[in-house]
Design a protein around this ligand. Structure first.
Ligand code: G3H
Ligand code: 13P
Ligand code: ZN
Length: 306
């Protein structure tokens, strides 16, 4: 079917008490892995593209791949701009058929974040495109910051309420203790659930969890087996993620797990068979590894058959 409104997908998830996976793409293999995985579980899915990914493959290529594959499948597929920082990219995404955009001015002072976000909402809504914004900041791994410093990065629930009212955004990404990449926690994974609960109560809109990759034991074991240096990597456990969904998260972003799976798949085949030089034989297994990640995530988020 044609691309579907991200807002519709997420409002349905909010009402139904589940979350929809938002997976980052960088190439054709990722697009196919994501959409095939979602089709096999009859789940809605959000395909997202970062500014870096747009620089890498071009916006027309990204839209062309996602749109054409979405049209061939029976599940709802949305196309989202991830971490839009530049005005030009946001406008480009709106003009090229994205169904939602994220404007990420979370590193700016609060009033500037409001002003920039509001401007994007005005333009995007006129075009029927929904908008995500972020409040609070996602730091790097735990190693880089003290507990107090990390705490200072988290979202303020009162501010979240005003932010939503002032900007008119459709979904909010509140910083509640995750970070991007493969090294999120030193010990067990944890999130500030009290804060999440308050943000949900006060905003009453779909919430987004960034930095949500699992970096689970299987993935690390496979990655290390084929030579990726990932000792000490740790992501968000499935239990913590399930609880976050119960407390009001409706969109869950995953990139790192896909990157690890892709690279592990490529390294596996190249290490196991030095006679292989057909790209399809190298990228095919990588695609299969990523599809398994997508399916595992969808099961945890509860969007199977939705
Ligand atoms: O949250 C960021 C995503 O993982 C995209 O990363 O900007 O390196 O493409 P990127
Ligand atoms: P991970 O690095 O945990 O996969 O997070 C991805 C993300 O938040 C994309 O916006
Ligand atoms: Zn993110």
């Amino acid at each position: 079917m044609a691309l579907v409104s991200t807002k519709e997908i997420l409002e349905k998830a909010d009402k139904g008490g589940y979350a929809v996976g938002a997976f980052n793409i960088n190439n054709m293999e990722t697009v196919i892995a994501i959409i095939d995985g979602a089709v096999e579980l009859n789940s809605p899915v959000i395909v997202e593209v970062s500014e870096g990914a747009i620089r890498y493959m071009g916006i027309k290529m990204a839209v062309g791949m996602v749109k054409s594959l979405a049209e061939e499948v029976p599940i709802p597929v949305a196309l989202h701009l991830d971490h839009g920082k530049r005005w030009d990219t946001v406008i480009d995404a709106i003009e090229n058929g994205f169904t939602s955009v994220m404007i990420d001015a979370s590193d700016k002072p609060y009033n500037d974040n409001v002003e920039i976000t509001k401007k994007v909402v005005d333009v995007a809504h006129k075009a029927g495109v929904s908008v995500e914004a972020e409040l609070g900041r996602l730091p790097g791994s735990e190693d880089e910051l003290s507990v107090e410093e990390r705490e200072a990065f988290l979202v303020d629930p009162e501010q979240a309420e005003s932010f939503v009212a002032q900007t008119g955004i459709d979904f909010l990404a509140p910083a509640i203790g995750t970070s991007h990449g493969a090294f999120k926690f030193k010990g067990e994974s944890k999130l500030d659930f009290e804060r999440l609960k308050l943000v949900k109560e006060k905003t009453q809109i779909p919430l987004v969890l960034h930095g949500a990759s699992s970096v689970n034991e299987n993935l690390i074991e496979t990655a290390i087996k084929y030579g990726i240096e990932l000792q000490g990597a740790r992501g968000l456990s499935d239990d913590i993620l399930r609880r976050a969904v119960r407390e009001g998260i409706n969109k869950v972003n995953t990139d790192t797990d896909l990157r690890i799976a892709f690279t592990a798949g490529i390294r596996k085949i190249l290490l196991e068979d030095s006679r292989v030089f057909d790209p399809r034989k190298i990228l095919g297994p990588a695609r299969d590894f990523m599809k398994e990640v997508v399916k595992e995530r969808i099961e945890v988020l509860g969007s199977v058959n939705k």
